[in-house]
Design a protein around this ligand. Structure first.
Ligand SMILES: [Zn+2]
Length: 411
């Protein structure tokens, strides 16, 4: 069985980890910075040394391409190399360097695929004040003129930032690729959660990326003197929200595989000696199964109205924002499950609770992901860790999945 060179991959991960801001803890290589740019100069050289022809598209996605034997659309593999402030060494990185390791293994073994193979380092996946998921959004959807013209204090105009990375914002009003122009997309990523560690398996097959509903709610009661207003006469907005938070938690606990969070509270007047008069807060729900999100939301809305009525507090449910779940195609899931099964005694299938470049590319291409076990489920922090043997298992599964996609005769 064809496998990758584990030592070369270890060296590559160690070398990229040296391109960091020296003054911050952990790994800081934020998008659009000189450090990020320097890391990508090195990355371009690594792609070339693996036999790839490297270009940048209009969104400054770094793409290394290896020709196939047919005119079929390419199989795309990769992830991102930017980090959050004070992040870890593995998030995104193993997906890009793993993809280069796959290309290198194919080149060294003299294997030429039917499909061209493209290794991608997507521009700016992590959140910055400018936004997130830049490269994959440009590829799958494009941007509005307003978004490209946004001027963010300290970071500049969005379009200028993309141009500064070598992109061409004038070409980004339309998607860079259309449905059918990518044969399949595969992304290897750390899990950033506890499932694989608990199951004691190195890697897992991702079933899809959860959908999210976020809503803003305002509860308006009456601010009163915290000493003189007896408990019976109060219309306490924060106590009302406490009831709602409890109901939100219950709604998710009653539905395995779902999560719900009240993560943001703005209390007015927010003073020790005043009964809270008004609270603005968020409710966020996630599930791979959209009907679960909808039924959770119905239950939470009922709880909001009930809590408001019981305490004489007015409730106002504002506009909500939805992002639909992305279920990976069954045939892609089967390929990834089989590929993972060669490197783990038991294949665990799990959804991704976080967004990834795959969430965008999955809109225009058959996509799937492989997760690597993450120590204590931690990421976006200096403690983020994945064992090298686990990463190697993931990259080898990625290689087997690429071979299986290439061997597949499309109906
Ligand atoms: Zn990531």
């Amino acid at each position: 069985m064809l496998t990758i060179d584990p030592q070369q991959l270890r060296d590559d991960i160690a070398t990229l980890a040296q391109f960091v801001e020296p003054e911050t803890p952990g790994t800081t290589r934020r998008a659009f910075t000189d450090t990020y740019r320097a890391g990508r100069v090195w990355l371009r050289e690594r792609m070339q040394s693996a036999g790839l022809t490297v270009t940048q598209d209009a969104s400054a996605n770094l793409i290394g391409r290896r020709a196939g034997t047919t005119t079929a659309p390419p199989v795309l593999i990769g992830s991102h190399t930017d980090t959050v402030m004070g992040g870890g060494r593995f998030d995104g990185v193993i997906g890009v360097l793993g993809a280069i390791a796959v290309a290198r293994a194919l080149r060294d073994a003299g294997v030429v695929l039917r499909h061209p193979l493209e290794v991608v380092d997507f521009l700016a996946e992590e959140s910055t004040p400018l936004g997130s998921l830049f490269g994959s959004t440009a590829m799958a959807q494009g941007f509005s003129a307003e978004f490209l013209a946004r001027d963010v204090p300290g970071w500049g105009v969005v379009g200028d930032a993309i141009a500064g990375m070598g992109g061409d914002p004038s070409q980004l009003l339309h998607p860079l690729r259309r449905s059918g122009e990518i044969a399949a997309y595969l992304e290897l990523h750390i899990e950033q959660g506890p499932v694989l560690e608990a199951a004691q398996v190195p890697i897992g097959a991702v079933t899809g990326i959860v959908g999210i509903r976020r809503a803003d709610i305002v509860c308006t009661g009456r601010p009163d003197h915290a000493g003189t207003a007896s408990m019976a006469v109060r219309h306490d907005a924060l106590a009302t929200v406490a009831d709602i938070i409890r109901a939100t938690e219950q709604a998710a606990l009653a539905r395995p595989g779902t999560v719900a969070t009240v993560g943001s509270l703005h209390v007015a007047p927010n003073q020790t000696n005043v009964v809270p008069g008004q609270v603005r807060f968020s409710v966020e729900m996630r599930s791979l199964h959209w009907p679960e999100v909808l039924s959770m939301w119905d239950e939470i809305v009922a709880a909001i109205h009930l809590a408001g009525a019981q305490r004489g507090v007015a409730v106002q449910i504002g506009a909500y924002e939805d992002s639909a779940p992305l279920q990976f195609p069954v045939w892609m899931r089967q390929i990834v499950t089989q590929a993972c099964g060669r490197f783990t005694h038991q294949v665990v299938e799990l959804p991704s609770g976080a967004g990834h470049d795959g969430s965008m590319i999955g809109l225009i291409a058959p996509a799937a992901m492989i997760f690597v076990r993450t120590k204590d489920g931690r990421s976006h922090c200096p403690e983020e860790f994945a064992a090298h043997d686990d990463i190697v298992a993931g990259v080898n599964a990625l290689l087997q999945a690429v071979l299986a996609i290439d061997a597949r005769i499309e109906e």
